[in-house]
Design a protein around this ligand. Structure first.
Ligand SMILES: *Cc1c(COP(=O)(O)O)cnc(C)c1O
Length: 511
């Protein structure tokens, strides 16, 4: 699929190409049919997994799911997870590097993700006490868990220490809190040494940005000097870092510093055996680099233009995820491992020479292809100055990350009145949601619906499993959180996370 930077224009006709030719949405489960009901202006065509195509080509199945579970609904199928992980393992194996993957659970809250990760032989990265507790309850073995939570209150530290999971120490206060817990024997039983990794804040430079997380290599080295390498209650098993962004070179720089720290710790008698490079491994939501470039050209041209703007009220998009990236997952890891660390020595060489295992904690890139969000069309309205709106039974926290917008075109499933007869007029509109806020936009881009939209139609947001469904979802206005279903042997089953009761025992206001 291609689009020249100048077309289609927001006000002009859609430039027809072979793949955008309208055809009945109820036809074969092909991509072409699925795209015909909705395109962004200009289009950003989502990559769809076969299971997504199959579901979206079946309006009755989509409607039944919403009737049973409510709108919106987060639909998961984790069949892509092992394939995503294998891209990384294969790249590491090719360079003779031992790799262990811990999927960052904060990117998707379902218990189904944890089960899928376990079935694929992957570990899990935990960001809170409840995440950890749920993993342990599910039977995930401690050696498959790393705890990286940004803030670790005493109950989380206690649970991590008693479980034997790998605890990543972020800072000196946290290390002191751990010492205090271990010093009061009743609070943490079992006399074994607890495995910890030290979170390194790499020296900021032009390549490596500053970070709020971790301590400097020097701080950790000095800390480790006071710890007995054999007797201490904590056993330093590894060095960890997690950087903002996706630059493999920045990670190679951080790795070089981590390796120096490993060497220094080994000289002190400690025996660190892995380096964990965190997450931030890139993925693409869009297959076509030209579409991505065309979108940004059009964005530059039209920002600030009045009612023909690409975005809501012409407001520019600034902080956005790179929804198309050239180098992703396996190839990205290969580039990282091939980065030169010293003359004639790569990152892979440096790890191999020291017998160090490489670990990583990818979230988003492992969840690529694992979920979509369905929402029911409730109404078609317009602003008082004439901008068409499609109102969904959904709110904007239910498909949202720290990015300004989710730059992936929805798929329109004709489950409403026009499923049998096409009656509604074409419309260019914005998707709005249920929160009583003026700019309550599900997406900030104008979308074209060539065959119109009807009440009861379903808007599908593709590839939302990584962060978009869960990381910022809220239940404001007393509207419940979205339900989550996971593909099981015999169809879709409700994920048990939706049944987990609040952990905090709230005081009864009446008592
Ligand atoms: C968020 C986070 C990850 C996952 O990052 P992705 O960008 O989703 O791969 C991994 N490790 C830590 C410590 C994190 O905070």
């Amino acid at each position: 699929m291609t689009a020249s930077p100048a077309s289609p224009s927001p006000t002009g006709p859609i430039q027809p190409d072979s793949s955008a030719a309208p055809s009945p949405a109820t036809g074969a489960a092909g991509t072409l049919d699925l795209r015909s009901g909705c395109q962004g202006l200009p289009p950003l065509t989502a990559r769809l997994e076969p299971w997504m195509r199959e579901l979206l080509a079946d309006p009755v199945a989509c409607r039944d799911l919403l009737e049973e579970h409510g709108s919106p609904l987060n639909v998961h199928d984790f069949s892509a997870l092992p394939r995503n992980a294998a891209e990384l393992s294969d790249a590491a194996a090719e360079q003779g590097v031992d790799l262990r993957i811990f999927v960052a659970r904060k990117a998707n809250k379902t218990l189904g993700l944890m089960t899928a990760a376990q079935n694929a032989g992957l570990g899990l990265d935990m960001g809170s006490e409840r995440e950890l507790e749920q993993a342990l309850e599910l039977g995930v073995p401690a050696q498959d868990i790393v705890v990286t939570a940004a803030i670790k209150p005493a109950p989380l530290l206690r649970l991590a220490l008693t479980s034997g999971a790998m605890l990543v120490l972020d800072n000196l206060d946290e290390a002191a809190a751990v010492d205090a817990l271990l010093a009061s024997p009743s609070s943490v039983p079992a006399p074994t040494r607890r495995p910890v990794a030290l979170r390194l804040a790499p020296t900021p430079s032009e390549i490596v940005g500053p970070t709020r997380f971790g301590e400097s290599a020097r701080t950790w080295r000095e800390w480790a000097e006071s710890r007995d390498p054999v007797q201490d209650a904590l056993r330093i098993d590894g060095i960890h870092f997690h950087l903002h962004g996706y630059d493999p070179l920045a990670r190679a720089h951080a790795l070089a510093e981590a390796i120096e720290l490993v060497d220094a710790l080994r000289a002190l008698g400690h025996r660190p055996r892995f380096i964990d490079i965190g997450g931030g491994i890139p993925m693409s939501y869009l297959d076509d680099p030209e579409e991505w470039a065309a979108f940004w050209n059009a964005h530059e041209d039209r920002t600030g233009t009045a009612d023909s703007s690409l975005t809501w009220r012409g407001e520019p998009l600034r902080q956005v995820y790179p929804y198309h990236q050239q180098v992703v997952r396996g190839q990205w890891l290969a580039e990282f491992l091939a980065a030169e660390m010293a003359p004639e020595s790569t990152a892979a060489d440096a790890l191999r020479e020291r017998g160090l295992e490489l670990r990583c904690e990818p979230g988003r890139s492992m969840l690529d292809g694992c979920g979509l969000t369905l929402a029911r069309v409730i109404q078609r309205t317009a602003t008082s100055d004439g901008i068409p709106l499609i109102g969904l039974e959904m709110n904007r926290t239910q498909c949202r990350s720290t990015s300004d917008d989710f730059l992936v075109d929805p798929v329109l499933v004709r489950a409403g009145a026009s499923a049998s007869q096409s009656t509604s007029d074409p419309v260019d509109a914005f998707l709005v949601g249920a929160y009583c806020i003026e700019a309550e936009l599900i997406q900030r881009r104008r979308l074209r619906f060539p065959g119109g939209v009807d009440r009861g139609d379903i808007v599908a947001l593709p590839n939302t499993a990584g962060y978009l469904m869960h990381i910022l979802e809220s239940a404001s206005h007393q509207i419940p959180l979205a339900s989550n279903v996971v593909q099981a042997d015999r169809g879709w089953r409700r994920d048990r996370i939706d049944a987990v009761s609040p952990l905090r025992p709230w005081a009864d206001p009446a008592s």
